[in-house]
Design a protein around this ligand. Structure first.
Ligand code: GLU
Length: 304
């Protein structure tokens, strides 16, 4: 199954239009809202808190002094964190969560400085202070908690498989024997395949979009990562790709921050809880991932 780049681009464009046509009910359609959002609806806005004080947070002190929040996000994951090449604008659920958190900390969207992250550099970026926060399909787990802290979870994904639309052989994680499976270095899905499924041949890149290119060119049999990410790629090429739909892990997404900044972690957990109860979380979800027809309950934050 070899596709030229031109065909791929055309398919992506058509898929984006198709998604835009679906829209979300109940909100005005502007056609351009959201900086490239799948829905095409007007981007939600979040009330920016005033006079926020967080005592005992070195990161918040830095943010206040700089007058901007530096947030690490993904740039190639449709529905989650996607940078529009033409406008340079980011869109996706993580971007909405980033804007929401900034608003609750007292910062408008134009005070956010986005930095592109890949899976493997999220901990180093936080440890080195390259960014203040990471909102990047970032699974909370004990290994990572040894070096960074997390607020959340704000969403629960599950590891799944993306395969060619006409593939009937890969029905789930137990059907990977002898198959070439692509994932990203530094991610929990790659680790799980390496540790628990040695019968599969794991191929890794630094981004999932490179894995998707490998799949569409026929170089690998499947891409594995979180279902929420894979659904975004499948929506871009619905005639070519499908998500198997048999999740085999829980991936609780957290907001990464510097280890030991408990005051900021508490403030972000408060912010997530407030966003769930005041409806902002749902607005953020419906505008982005909600376009795939899913309507999950927001998770309860874990104040570990
Ligand atoms: N949620 C998983 C992780 O944090 C996979 C997605 C990603 O690599 O960003 O490793």
């Amino acid at each position: 199954m070899t596709r030229t780049r031109t065909t791929l681009t055309a398919t992506v464009f058509v898929a984006a239009l198709t998604l835009a046509a679906c829209g979300n009910e109940g909100s005005p359609t502007t056609g351009t809202g959201g900086g490239g959002s799948a829905s095409g609806d007007a981007a939600p806005s979040y009330a920016v808190a005033s006079d926020v004080a967080i005592t005992g947070s070195p990161t918040f002190d830095k943010i206040k002094a700089a007058g901007k929040v530096r947030i690490g996000v993904k740039a190639d994951q449709p529905g989650i964190g996607l940078k529009d090449a033409a406008s340079g604008q980011y869109a996706g659920f993580d971007i909405e969560i980033a804007k929401l958190m900034a608003a609750k900390l007292g910062f408008a969207p134009d005070a956010i400085e986005y930095t592109e992250t890949v899976s493997a550099n999220r901990e180093p970026f936080l440890q080195q202070g390259t960014v203040d926060l990471v909102v990047a399909s970032y699974t909370i787990n004990d290994k990572r908690k040894a070096v960074v802290d997390f607020a959340g979870p704000y969403y629960i994904a599950g590891q799944d498989l993306l395969v060619a639309k006409d593939d009937t052989s890969i029905t789930g994680v137990d059907a990977l024997s002898g198959k070439k499976v692509c994932s990203v270095e530094g991610s929990t899905p790659a680790t799980r395949i390496r540790d628990e499924h040695p019968e599969a041949t794991l191929v890794t890149f630094d981004t999932y979009s490179k894995c998707v290119e490998q799949l569409t060119s026929g170089s690998v049999d499947a891409v594995t990562t979180d279902d929420a990410i894979l659904r975004g790629y499948a929506a871009q090429q619905p005639d070519v790709l499908k998500v198997v739909g048999a999740p085999f892990s829980e991936e609780p997404y957290g907001i990464g921050l510097a280890k030991g900044d408990t005051a900021l972690r508490n403030a972000l957990n408060d912010a997530i809880e407030a966003a769930v109860s005041d409806g902002d979380w749902k607005k953020a979800y419906d505008f982005t991932l909600g376009g795939s027809g899913t309507d999950p309950e927001p998770p309860t934050v874990d104040r570990y």
